[in-house]
Design a protein around this ligand. Structure first.
Ligand code: GLY
Length: 336
């Protein structure tokens, strides 16, 4: 069954209500004819791929997928699959850290340049959550499938059941259980999400993100990564953004949608990422010193940006045949 094409209008109107006031105020001052902004300057070299953190194997795979003549959607899916299959990556896919009950549960979403999206939430026993999310987008009338329903759909779609808890993840969880202290670890040691954005040679943009979420989270906990608009948002007229870090804080500010809307109002990807982080840290009673959030973004011209609360967040980029990883600028400058 092919999915109905009803998503774009529904998602835009719903989320728009949540942050409508500030966007309306800004929009009065900023140009809203984005085609004019975009047409006024040259495009960066395309295609390009960016990803959260230092994932050179993933961006290389995405680049190779482009070289095979495949789409930006194929590129982000193939790139994310590299990390999902890596047993040494304890934050994504097979080998990921479990929740506090010892169950590995995955969250993932994908979005194409037409505004279609698919998502899986709390998926167990399947390595490639990102591919199941793509199947939800392409083969069902829905955007999001959760838990047992998502798992059942995956089996019906040909995915194999696997035990995702490796010996080393199990051992680490058993050690954690001795004290059972839950505390979001700030940074690269728990870099929790691969988010990837790709722009093809025509300037069409797709995005994906996949994660096991926070290590030793409460059973049933879902983060930002499968939530369209929070963990990921693509608007092919404007650009795209993807988030990493403490998902609860990203969800509270509808972060990726916010970054894209700020770009719509004329901000560069860098400025938009910075403003979205400032929305988090400027909230009353925010304890931002104790958690990390980072965004990466790309606009229609292929300009990119990244920003985080704490240092040590980075963005990987594959462009012009070269793979780079660049430390992102960050909010708390006084940190050593
Ligand atoms: N950003 C991933 C999570 O919070 O689950």
């Amino acid at each position: 069954m092919k999915r109905r094409n009803f998503i774009k209008n529904a998602s835009l109107s719903g989320v728009g209500l949540a942050i409508g006031t500030s966007l309306t105020n800004c929009a009065e001052k900023a140009p809203i004819k984005n085609e004019k902004i975009i047409a006024s300057s040259e495009k960066a070299s395309l295609p390009l791929v960016i990803a959260t953190w230092n994932f050179p194997n993933a961006t290389t795979k995405a680049w190779e997928t482009f070289q095979e003549g495949k789409s930006a959607l194929d590129a982000v899916e193939q790139g994310c699959k590299v990390e999902e299959a890596d047993l040494n990556n304890t934050t994504v896919g097979n080998g990921a850290s479990p929740d506090r009950d010892g169950n590995v549960t995955l969250d993932s979403c994908i979005m194409n340049s037409k505004g279609d999206c698919g998502s899986v939430v709390y998926l167990q026993n399947i390595t490639h959550a990102i591919s199941v999310a793509r199947k939800v987008m392409e083969d069902t009338p829905h955007v999001m499938l959760a838990g047992k329903g998502a798992e059942q759909f995956a089996y019906e779609s040909g995915f194999k059941k696997e035990d995702l808890l490796t010996e080393s993840s199990k051992k680490a969880w058993e050690e954690w259980k001795v004290k059972s202290e839950y505390k979001p670890i700030i940074n690269i040691e728990n870099h929790d999400t691969i988010g990837m954005l790709a722009v093809d040679k025509n300037g069409d943009i797709c995005g994906a993100c996949t994660t096991s979420g926070l290590a030793y989270k409460m059973a049933g906990r879902v983060g930002d990564s499968p939530i369209i608009g929070a963990g990921l948002f693509v608007d092919n007229e404007i650009g795209a953004a993807v988030a990493t870090g403490l998902g609860e804080e990203v969800m509270k500010t509808v972060g990726s949608f916010l970054v894209v809307e700020l770009m719509r109002q004329g901000k560069s990807p860098q400025e938009a990422c910075e403003e979205a982080i400032k929305r988090i840290v400027s909230k009353p009673n925010s304890n931002y010193k104790n958690f990390q959030v980072g965004y990466i973004a790309v606009n229609k011209k292929g300009e990119t940006g990244s920003y985080s609360i704490h240092k040590n967040f980075s963005m990987s980029k594959f462009q012009d045949g070269k793979n780079t990883n660049t430390q992102s600028d960050y909010f708390i400058k006084e940190e050593k």
